[in-house]
Design a protein around this ligand. Structure first.
Ligand SMILES: [Zn+2]
Ligand SMILES: [Zn+2]
Length: 250
């Protein structure tokens, strides 16, 4: 039987609590004090309120992510949605709390928020993601000029948190070769044309099952353009994961 060394116990206590006493942990999203469960090996960086608000959602079609769907053989599916990808998951809709977190994640300093949302996205849909047998995670890329101007690409940070949680590899397998207008500055009818030739492949994806990651999906034009490039390069299947599936009618 293992004896308990009081010095070892003390070192263990300070190792887990010491830094928290000096620098009290705060929620990555709202900044409120975090109550940590020291008995757990997994420490959350998001408070329970933010976790609940960011993860709350209505049932969605498992293929396109829209709210209106029918139940076909026990699966939530539209009868007529035919996106180029095989399935889409979202952490939530575009409610106030999510909108605020997504907008803050677009700026330097918001990387922790983006990564936390990536982790929540993976934890919420872990069983479904496992069933997809994904081989590579690809964040939707930003044009290098915009990336330099912005200082961060939230899709990459979401992919980082998501991939770490799932134990996946992520890769910049796509490049944005055109600096297009922001999709949210355009009417829905102009968005597909805006990104039609915006992306290029920059890694070998032939025969692979890819998962695209973005912060927000509204019409799906960006994810469709990216999926098309991956599939034309020989990817076996494409799946999508977004923090927020915004309502098309908004
Ligand atoms: Zn919080
Ligand atoms: Zn659908």
């Amino acid at each position: 039987m293992k004896s308990i060394d009081p010095f070892e116990e003390l070192a263990h206590f300070w190792g887990r609590h010491g830094l928290d006493l000096l620098f009290p942990p705060r929620c990555s999203v709202c900044g409120e004090d975090l109550q940590r469960d020291y008995s757990s090996s997994q420490w959350s960086d998001v408070c329970q309120r933010c976790e609940r608000l960011l993860s709350a959602d209505v049932p969605r079609c498992m293929v396109c992510g829209e709210v209106s769907f029918e139940t076909v053989d026990g699966c939530r599916q539209c009868t007529d949605c035919r996106p180029p990808w095989q399935g889409l998951i979202a952490l939530s809709g575009y409610g106030l709390h999510t909108r605020d977190a997504v907008l803050r994640a677009k700026h330097p300093g918001g990387e922790v928020i983006a990564a936390a949302m990536g982790r929540l996205l993976a934890e919420k849909h872990r069983a479904l993601i496992d069933s997809w047998k994904v081989e590579c995670v690809v964040p939707v890329p930003m044009h290098f000029v915009r990336r330099a101007f912005r200082g961060t690409n939230p899709a990459e940070e979401i992919a980082r948190g998501f991939s770490k949680t799932m134990g996946f590899l992520w890769s910049r397998a796509l490049a944005r070769v055109q600096s297009t207008r922001m999709q949210n500055e355009l009417p829905f009818s102009k968005r597909a044309a805006n990104v039609r030739n915006a992306f290029q492949i920059r890694a070998r994806v032939r025969g692979k099952r890819m998962l695209l990651i973005d912060d927000v999906c509204t019409t799906g034009s960006t994810l469709k353009a990216c999926s098309g490039v991956l599939l034309r390069a020989g990817a076996e299947k494409v799946f999508c994961a977004v923090v927020s599936k915004a309502d098309r009618s908004a």
